[in-house]
Write a protein that binds this ligand. Structure first.
Ligand code: C2E
Ligand code: MG
Ligand code: MG
Length: 671
């Protein structure tokens, strides 16, 4: 290796290795004060002990010159903070070069100074000066160990000339010191070289570890982003939605944002398209829905796909119900515009449930549940529309939650019973069947309305068990009643949505020995719409067994005539809301009349529910309504009372028809 190469290796700085330079700069900067302390103390000590023997130039001027050089060097070493990264890196390399140069110049000047001092005074003083110099130089070089070039130049340029000088004097004491100094310098160079190599290896390893950690962090960041993404639509997924909702709720609690609302959109008609055209078409449709929603929603509305055909919305700055209704209706409207798919055009709809934030809501989960309830309500009562969670919903939930706790512990066998309401032929007043209606008397709550406990059992997932118990009881009781009577039994949405539950009900009917032809199952429109295909399968199962099917509460839900035509219906029960004003409201009369006519054409029996007085009865009679159920004939009765009612009821001959009236163009005309 050439000398120049050797020198540049020993005293050079690897300016390309920024991380190593930075680490060296940091350590040397931290140890620089110790270096200065040692060297300045040594200078003062040497000046002090030689003060009386050496001339003032050596004991005052030279130390001051060295001290000034030191301070100037330190000034050049420190890097200002306010510079760019590029400039900072360059400045560090420059500072490291400066420190090597300074130690070189200082070392030569210092050794020149000491050699000059050794020309004065006696030998004892010289040993003292040499001891101070040797120790101080070693100490100072150790402070510079992390920067090998500076440590070596400190040792070599301070002790080197001194060692040579002492050797050249030929004086035995000085020669021994010179030999020891050479040996110590050699060992120091060896140790400093190894130490500096280890140090740079540690730094390089640390850089590698740091790089790997950074890489892992980037990876985990992108994993996290993927975990929060719905891969199908590219929207945020349920997890991201809930965590955003959580943070928005916290902000709302801290009053950092106003008018927070959470909404859920559920598509209508998506399942049918998925079933008919396949999952891939369904996927494309969901993507198109996601795209359409993101294009129409303002940026302050956070959109996510919650799963299936449900999308979530988080909106801030929506203070009034009107604003929320407006955006909800816009969403429903946009969903009704047909989607052009490759081979077909998809017609969808959507219902939206919203909940508005208020201080009383405990947490994000509860807030979300409120929107979910509003959606549930929208789907049942306002399909294709918007519902905002309100006080009456809150009251219902509170009532239902109290009920649901009791219902959980209730013994269905002991606490549940049935009452029976006559269904009567309006032609002759003869009871042709009974509707079985569930009753629950709880030891603590007392009588609970079926509207409440049925809904509660549906939510708690215990409705299937309840229906099974009720059906067993009803069949058992009704079996011995006159054979010309039919029994109408209500099914819940979850009964017809579960094939297991259906099979269980079928087996109950079969085991009971009850003639299936005498049994009618009532289902509501909204329960059909939840999962139309499955509901249809269930109805067909019941039909195949020989049972009859009635569509209950007709007119309160979706009222799609297309579905009515497709369903295997035997009976249609007109909801009582049309009957209440039938005597006074011309429109109500027109609707009921149209429905009665429709049933005739579809060859489906029409039963009108909720007939309470003679006026209503006569009006319906005039319209050609043949079957009636309502308080006018009887309220729901306990089994024994129903049997007495039957035995007491007038014979068809005794039954007095109302004065002949007829229904013409919305008016009742007496004859
Ligand atoms: P629904 O099936 O439409 O039953 C008719 C409801 O109207 C009964 O209320 C009945 O008492 C009431 N009603 C009958 N005639 C009149 C009338 O002239 N005026 C008035 N204002 N009301 C009349 P109920 O017994 O309270 O039952 C309410 C609802 O609870 C039922 O409506 C049905 O949806 C549900 N439900 C009752 N029992 C069962 C059951 O065993 N299973 C299922 N899944 N649901 C049931
Ligand atoms: Mg019913
Ligand atoms: Mg009904």
């Amino acid at each position: 290796m050439a000398l120049s190469e050797l020198l540049s290796k020993a005293f050079g700085i690897d300016g390309e290795n920024h991380e190593l330079c930075l680490a060296q700069y940091k350590v040397v900067s931290a140890q620089a004060p110790l270096f200065y302390l040692i060297m300045i103390s040594a200078m003062f000590a040497v000046a002090y002990v030689s003060f009386s023997t050496a001339p003032a130039f050596l004991t005052i001027v030279m130390p001051l010159y060295l001290l000034t050089g030191f301070l100037a060097a330190y000034y050049g070493y420190v890097i200002p903070r306010s510079i760019t990264l590029q400039a900072y890196r360059k400045a560090i390399v420059r500072s490291l070069h400066t420190s090597v140069l300074v130690t070189m110049v200082f070392g030569i000047s210092y050794s020149y100074w000491i050699i000059s001092i050794l020309g004065f005074g006696e030998q004892k003083l010289h040993y003292l000066v040499l001891a101070i110099t040797g120790l101080a130089t070693l100490g100072a070089a150790i402070c510079l160990m992390h920067l090998r070039a500076a440590a070596l130049s400190m040792a070599v340029f301070t002790l080197g000339p001194l060692t040579v000088y002492l050797w050249m004097t030929g004086e035995p004491g000085y020669v021994i010191i010179s030999a020891i100094s050479a040996l110590v310098s050699f060992v120091f160079v060896f140790v400093a070289t190894r130490y500096s190599r280890d140090f740079s290896e540690i730094i390089m390893r640390r850089i590698e570890v740091e790089a790997k950690r950074h890489e892992a962090e980037l990876l985990s960041q992108s994993n996290r982003a993927l975990a929060e993404l719905d891969t199908l639509t590219g929207l945020a997924n349920r997890r991201a939605f809930m965590s955003h909702l959580n943070s928005q709720v916290n902000d709302a609690k801290a009053r950092k944002i106003q008018g927070l609302a959470v909404g859920i959109l559920d598509l209508d008609g998506f399942k049918q398209i998925n079933d008919i055209y396949g999952h891939s078409a369904g996927d494309h449709l969901l993507q198109a829905v996601g795209k359409r929603l993101s294009e129409m929603l303002p940026p302050r509305v956070f959109l996510a796909r919650l799963g299936g055909d449900e999308f979530g919305l988080i909106a801030s700055e929506y203070d009034s119900n009107e604003q929320l209704i407006k955006i909800g209706e816009e969403i429903c409207q946009v969903m009704r515009i047909p989607f052009d798919m490759d081979k077909f055009s998809a017609h969808l709809g959507g219902s939206v449930g919203f909940a508005k934030w208020n201080e009383e809501i405990e947490n994000a989960e509860r807030f979300f549940e409120m929107a979910d309830y509003a959606l549930y309500h929208a789907k049942d009562n306002k399909r294709g529309g918007v519902t905002i969670f309100n006080q009456s919903h809150a009251d219902t939930i509170r009532e239902v939650s109290g009920v649901s706790r009791r219902l959980q512990d209730a013994s269905f066998e002991d606490e549940m019973s049935l009452v029976y309401q006559p269904i009567v032929s309006s032609l002759n007043g003869k009871t042709i069947g009974f509707e079985a209606l569930a009753r629950w008397v709880n030891p603590v709550l007392g009588v609970v309305s079926p509207d409440v406990f049925i809904r509660s059992a549906e939510r708690a997932g215990t409705i299937n068990a309840l229906t099974a118990v009720l059906l067993e009881k009803a069949l058992d009781e009704f079996k011995s009643w006159p054979q010309d009577l039919f029994l109408s039994f209500n099914l819940s949405m979850q009964d017809i949505a579960s094939s297991e539950a259906m099979l269980r009900l079928i087996s109950i009917v079969q085991k009971s020995g009850f003639d299936p032809a005498r049994l009618t199952f009532e289902v509501t429109e909204s329960s059909m719409m939840r999962d139309y295909e499955r509901a249809m399968d269930s109805l067909n199962l019941l039909k195949n067994m020989g049972c009859k099917i009635a569509l209950d509460d007709f007119g309160t839900g979706y009222s799609s005539l297309a579905y009515v035509r497709q369903m295997p219906l035997d009976k249609l029960k007109l909801d009582r809301k049309f009957i209440a004003d039938i005597e006074t409201d011309r429109n109500a009369r027109a609707i009921v009349h149209a429905m009665i006519e429709m049933c005739k054409h579809l060859q489906v029996e029409c039963i009108v529910e909720g007939v309470e007085n003679v006026g209503q009865f006569e009006t319906l009679n005039a319209m050609g309504c043949k079957i009636i159920q309502g308080y006018y004939f009887s309220k729901p009765l306990k089994g024994a009372d129903a049997l007495s009612y039957l035995s007491e009821q007038k014979s068809p001959d005794e039954f007095e028809q109302s004065p002949m009236t007829s229904y013409v163009g919305g008016f009742l005309i007496g004859q």
